[in-house]
Design a protein around this ligand. Structure first.
Ligand SMILES: Cc1cc2nc3c(=O)[nH]c(=O)nc-3n(C[C@H](O)[C@H](O)[C@H](O)COP(=O)(O)OP(=O)(O)OC[C@H]3O[C@@H](n4cnc5c(N)ncnc54)[C@H](O)[C@@H]3O)c2cc1C
Length: 333
């Protein structure tokens, strides 16, 4: 494994933050992980689409370039695919669609790598990746062994998994096995998918039609990181007690919510942020997207600390007005 020194991370993060990594190396094979140097703090980098870099990165940045997709088994209903973690997520989605397989079409165009997908259980348009994950394999960094966890052992939750809690900082995900459907059951009820399909006159959609509808909706709503730096949703949607929601509803009758359990509801963070007047806000080059208040943007030369500061101000104002603590979804380095 070839190590480089003082490498700019500008091309490696979708926020477009220009900081350097003290040491940097591509991981091309499992053997690279087996011979990692001891004593350096390790930082694992996929597509850099869910990180905020707030200063020089000390230690060794491991850039995941593990590649390969293989069918491991199939039956009349399903195909199991083992996918190396450095594969680009969206390319993998397109690959499964070409194979006629269903399950992840609603997750089209999410940036990043396959290996990062289980960490925060990526989700969009009523689908979460946990619904198709069979197991996740990782290299345990301190025990220096390869471990495989079943879906149940990953403890998936909303933008959450064991990789963000008990195993935090201890693993390099090497591959993910997916179980996909030969007889796809489409989920078009969420968001604007149905409307989008109607507009193009598709009454009996295929997995490809759904993916294309999702791609069109996402392209029209979300800023393209190649044009405006961002990391998608910066905050998670908070879950609050039903009693708290009812109090808020008395003061703000239009407050949206989605039931989570008998006594909790989820409130869209974008709505809370917008109510506090942040949508379209800009301080220097750090801002809140004009069309989607959940997305913080870098208009050019914002530093990671400026974005961090802005996110803190948003958290404070939402807490003061609604007594709700927003949690950052983006990983801060
Ligand atoms: C425009 C835009 C839209 C987005 N839309 C969505 C969306 O709809 N739904 C959604 O859920 N997310 C969304 N995201 C967030 C992001 O795409 C996902 O979180 C994605 O899975 C991150 O992948 P990555 O490879 O870029 O991870 P990185 O940003 O490189 O890493 C994220 C974290 O995971 C760790 N990590 C990455 N790979 C590994 C590995 N192999 N082993 C161990 N640790 C690892 C990193 O150390 C880091 O802490 C969006 C982002 C953008 C920019």
């Amino acid at each position: 494994m070839q190590q480089l020194q003082n490498i700019s991370l500008l091309p490696y993060n979708t926020f477009g933050i220009d900081v350097t990594a003290e040491h940097f190396a591509d991981v091309n094979a499992l053997a690279d992980l087996q011979e990692l140097p001891a004593g350096l703090p390790l930082h694992i980098l996929g597509g850099g689409s869910n990180i905020l870099l707030t200063g020089q990165v000390h230690g060794l940045v491991l850039h995941n370039k593990l590649k390969g997709i293989a069918v491991v088994r199939e039956n009349d209903d399903h195909v199991w695919l083992s996918v190396a973690s450095g594969e680009v997520w969206h390319d993998f989605v397109l690959h499964t669609i070409e194979m006629g397989l269903g399950g992840i079409e609603n997750l089209a165009l999410i940036p990043g790598t396959v290996g990062a997908a289980p960490i925060q259980n990526i989700g969009a348009y009523g689908t979460e990746v946990k619904q198709t994950i069979e197991d996740v394999s990782f290299w345990h960094l301190s025990e220096r062994t390869l471990v495989t966890l079943s879906n149940a052992e990953c403890h998936f939750g909303y933008r959450d998994s064991i990789f963000k809690t008990q195993l935090r900082g201890q693993f390099f995900i090497t591959s993910v096995t997916f179980r996909l459907n030969k007889k796809p059951v489409l989920n078009t009820s969420y968001g604007a998918i149905e409307q989008e399909l109607n507009e193009v006159g598709i009454a009996h959609p295929t997995v490809k039609d759904v993916a294309q509808a999702v791609i069109r909706i996402r392209t029209s709503k979300l800023p393209d990181p190649k044009v405006t730096g961002n990391a998608g949703s910066f905050f998670k949607n908070p879950t609050i007690p039903l009693a708290h929601y009812k109090m808020l509803q008395a003061a703000y009758p239009s407050i949206p919510h989605y039931p989570v359990s008998d006594d909790t509801v989820k409130v869209p963070a974008a709505w809370l942020i917008e109510q506090c007047g942040w949508k379209g806000h800009r301080t220097g080059d750090a801002g809140v997207h004009t069309k989607q208040a959940l997305v913080l943007v870098n208009y050019g030369h914002a530093s990671g600390n400026e974005i961090w500061q802005l996110s803190g101000d948003i958290i404070d104002s939402v807490a003061n007005r609604f007594n709700i603590s927003l949690e950052r979804e983006v990983q801060v380095w």
